[in-house]
Design a protein around this ligand. Sequence first.
Ligand code: UDP
Ligand code: MG
Length: 317
Amino acid sequence: MAPLLSVVVPMYNEQDALGPLTDRLRPALDAITADYEVVAVDDGSTDGTARQVAELMADWPQVRLIRLRRNAGHQAALTAGLHRARGEYVVSIDADLQDPPEKIGEMLALARRDHLDVVYGVRADRGTDTVFKRSTAGAYYVLMRRLVGSWVPRDAGDFRLLSRTAVDALTALPDHQPVYRLLVPALGFPSGTVRYVREERVAGTTKYPVGKMIRLAVDSVTNFSAAPLRLATWLGVLSFCGCLVMIVFGVVVYAVGSTVPGWTSLFVAVLFLGALQLTCLGLLGEYVARIYSTVQARPTYHIGTDTAARAEEKTPA
Ligand code: UDP
Ligand code: MG
């Protein structure tokens, strides 16, 4: 029988956080139901994380451990967890207690009351994050909302609840580099939010160094926007305009007769070919963008159902 709730916890070298995490996660979940599982995803840790989880399992029977052979990254670890979680509802939460486990009950209650498929944990206060983290995160959400769409929820990270319907829809997509904070809203499920205060990391240091942050930003843009591909088209159009002006200039110089033989034809040909090449690249980009979006196989539209219809759908007669 599928449990009511799965909690997916990706962890990379989090051995020092596991004790405090257990102390808060376990009572928070026990207060909701006994019918839950914790899916600990060890993302190729090189410290004692996996061993400690294995020890935990001895007296916490609801814990399951998935071990990735090498560090695959936070989003990949989440994917592994989502694939293996069996619950009717699945919550993903960080291992470092920056997301308060006590909010899981509120998320579940909201999802069940309003028949929602997604409940986002939204960071109401990032006071404990460093100035660098806050400003890069701020820039990330501004950029994504401009490039991807204004439907991207602000300050909603990877602390969220998904219904079985949403998990099945997500795991059915052939995405190799999913970025869940964009992919989940892109699927357009009925959603709600629970606000929470981002706490300080309980132990250890961040597992998101600048390199991984840039990776996430690049993945986010290339996954959801064809803007970089379209750049060539716009550059091509711009150079054509510039080229026309320069052709007039070249011809005038030629007419005035103050040029060496052959200069005008060479000048015009180089400009024209450059603009032509950029435009053709842009054209290829348009087709590549189309192939890419077809391969991603995301739904092109979402049919909305009202709350009453959803309630009927979710309550078997
Ligand atoms: N994490 C992971 N694999 C990675 C990097 C991070 O599984 O390659 C996990 C990490 O253990 C934590 C969560 O992802 O549970 C969020 O990472 P972290 O707290 O270091 O990020 P920050 O809060 O600093 O952005
Ligand atoms: Mg953290």
